[in-house]
Design a protein around this ligand. Structure first.
Ligand code: 5GP
Length: 191
C-alpha cells in the first residue's frame, strides 16, 4: 500500500538490521486518519470472507484492530492479554508466544467467553516478524473451535520468515507493507 510505504519512508527509523521503529504513527502516537485508510484497505482485501470477529494482541494491535472493525460492520474486537490480571478469574484459552522485542515467552490469553466455534476470525497485528504472535493467536481461535479466515499485518518484515511459516501452515496472510531488508540505514520494500 503506497500511502503506508511512503509514511514508513518519511517517519520510520531502523534499529540495526532487524527492527523498524514507527512510534510517530503506529506504536506510540497513533495517526487515526492513517488507521482509517489502513482499515479500509484491510476490508478491501479480507471483506469477502464472512468475518465476524477480529482478534489481536495487546498492546499495539488494539488501535488498528478497533478502527478496522468500523469497516467490518462493527464486528467485536478481542485482544489477547499477555499477562493474567487479577480480574481474569474465568477460564481462558492460552498459547505461548515469544516476544520479538523482548525475547521472553509469555502466554497469550483470551477468556473462553470471547472465542467460540461460530467465530470466523481475522487476526490483525501491527508487525509480522517471525510469526510467533500470529501463530499463537491462530492457536487460540482453533482451541475454541473457530476458523481463522485470514491474518493481516500492517508491516511485514518478510526476511524474518513469519509469513512463509504461516502460509506453510495453511493460513491466508496479507500485509499492507512488505519490507524485504534493512541495510545501511535504508529500508527496502517489495515492489
Ligand atoms: P513476531 O511474533 O511475528 O515475531 O513479531 C510480531 C510482534 O513483535 C508484533 O506484535 C510487534 O509488536 C513486535 N514487533 C516485531 N517486529 C517489530 C519491529 O520491527 N518494530 C516494532 N515496533 N515491533 C515489532
Amino acid at each position: 500500500m503506497e500511502l503506508l510505504k511512503q509514511r514508513i519512508i518519511k517517519d520510520g527509523t531502523e534499529i540495526g538490521t532487524e527492527v523498524v521503529k514507527v512510534d510517530s504513527f503506529l506504536n506510540h502516537q497513533l495517526d487515526i486518519g492513517l488507521f482509517m485508510a489502513l482499515g479500509k484497505e484491510i476490508y478491501r482485501r479480507f471483506g469477502h470472507l464472512g468475518i465476524n470477529k477480529i482478534l489481536t494482541i495487546e498492546a499495539s494491535g488494539i488501535g488498528i484492530a478497533a478502527v478496522t472493525a468500523i469497516y467490518f460492520d462493527l464486528v467485536p474486537v478481542v485482544f489477547a492479554k499477555k499477562t493474567q490480571p487479577n480480574t481474569m478469574t474465568e477460564e481462558f484459552y492460552g498459547a505461548p508466544v515469544k516476544s520479538f522485542t523482548k525475547g521472553t515467552v509469555s502466554i497469550a490469553r483470551v477468556s473462553k467467553k470471547y472465542l467460540n466455534e461460530n467465530d470466523k476470525v481475522l487476526i490483525i497485528d501491527d508487525f509480522l516478524a517471525h510469526g510467533e504472535a500470529a501463530m499463537g493467536l491462530a492457536s487460540l481461535v482453533e482451541q475454541a473451535g473457530g476458523t481463522v479466515c485470514g491474518i493481516a499485518a500492517i508491516i511485514e518484515k518478510e526476511f524474518q520468515g513469519g509469513s512463509k511459516k504461516l502460509r506453510d501452515a495453511g493460513y491466508l496472510v496479507d500485509s499492507l507493507a512488505v519490507i524485504t531488508k534493512v541495510e545501511d540505514g535504508k529500508i527496502y520494500f517489495k515492489d
